[in-house]
Design a protein around this ligand. Sequence first.
Ligand SMILES: Nc1ccn([C@@H]2O[C@H](COP(=O)(O)OP(=O)(O)OP(=O)(O)O)[C@@H](O)[C@H]2O)c(=O)n1
Length: 394
Amino acid sequence: MRIPEFQSAYRVIDRIEHAGYEAVIVGGAVRDFLLQRKVNDVDVATNALPLEVKQIFSSTIDVGIEHGTVLVLDEGEPIEVTTYRTDGDYVDHRRPEQVHFVRSLDEDLKRRDFTINALSMTKDGNIIDLFNGQTDLQNKVLRAVGEPIQRFEEDALRMLRAVRFSAQLGFSIEEKTMKAIQLKSQNIELIAKERIHMELVKLWKAPNVYHGITMLVESGLSQFLVGHFEVHKEEWKKFQADNSYVGWAYLCLLNNWDLHYISSFYKLSNKEKNFIQQVEQAYNALCNGGWTRFNLFMHELEVLEVAYEFALWQHKTVSYPKSQIAKLKSELPLQSVKELNLNGHLLMSWSSEKRGPWIKEALDAALIAVINGQVENNVDQLKEWFMYEFNNER
Ligand SMILES: Nc1ccn([C@@H]2O[C@H](COP(=O)(O)OP(=O)(O)OP(=O)(O)O)[C@@H](O)[C@H]2O)c(=O)n1
């Protein structure tokens, strides 16, 4: 059976075979296809060496040629083609010297992380399943390939991947695999924080984050990560998000909004930090007396909705249903600062004072007055307001 999503990969495989080598689809694509999940990238593995792959195609990019990966652009969707390999740190680009290319698929599959990720598929749709990955898929089990300790010694990030997959797929972690993680959990400290960050991003978007957090604690990994997951485990029960920023924000909330503590360990981006700060402000305002019109104006709807969810998850009382937020926000007299019918030139023309900080103060005060419905957003009304409220004071 030929799978429509794999068309570009099939054409790549055809050409590699035509050149006299072998090639198959490997990894996550096969797993996700069998689980009837959305397939993200389709990866191809081959016994051709990277330079041999490059000779077959006219358009390629060396995305990771030192560890065997060439991106092929010839056949529509870009396809990563990786030479069969063993040993070494799987995706740590800084240690290419660890990679050993091999000429057999079996050897390559043997050192992949989990049985469900060690499946491969020929272009005719035949599944190559050397480690009973299909049975584990059916039984919803994550099981390391071969000797678990060895797999986690090759790459300690795999322990966190087990946790992430458990949350994404709702799988349990097989006993021997779990024991090996418990034994080796401290090795997670050796892993670059950027890689840990990437795993947690996937965890936050998973359907069953609570299950993942439970596994994180049970495996002992949480002891070596920042965030006090053991203490707050139960508070992840309601958590659900399709944007990873929400996960970072919730982690901060559970840790008293200590942004520095979380962001320096996980190397959060400025965008992530910004989002967290917005949510923190909105959350605190909501919990301390509810939102003013100004709060509703200041924050984007998404931030407000996230802060609102957090309040619910934290069992705070909120006075209106979530659906009201968008309505209340849309009913404000202004949706953005740009809509204010006032500017510095107008203010200057109404006043005898020289340019100075008073202009910004007046503009800010006008914005608040309009948002609070104390003055209408038109030039005449604003002038009247200004002459009375502002100009007179001076
Ligand atoms: N530390 C790792 C990372 C990856 N792999 C292998 O490389 C494949 C591709 O890895 P990656 O693209 O990171 O993950 P996927 O399994 O495709 O899953 P996802 O796309 O959800 O990250 C995996 O299926 C697995 O066979 C591994 O053995 N050890």
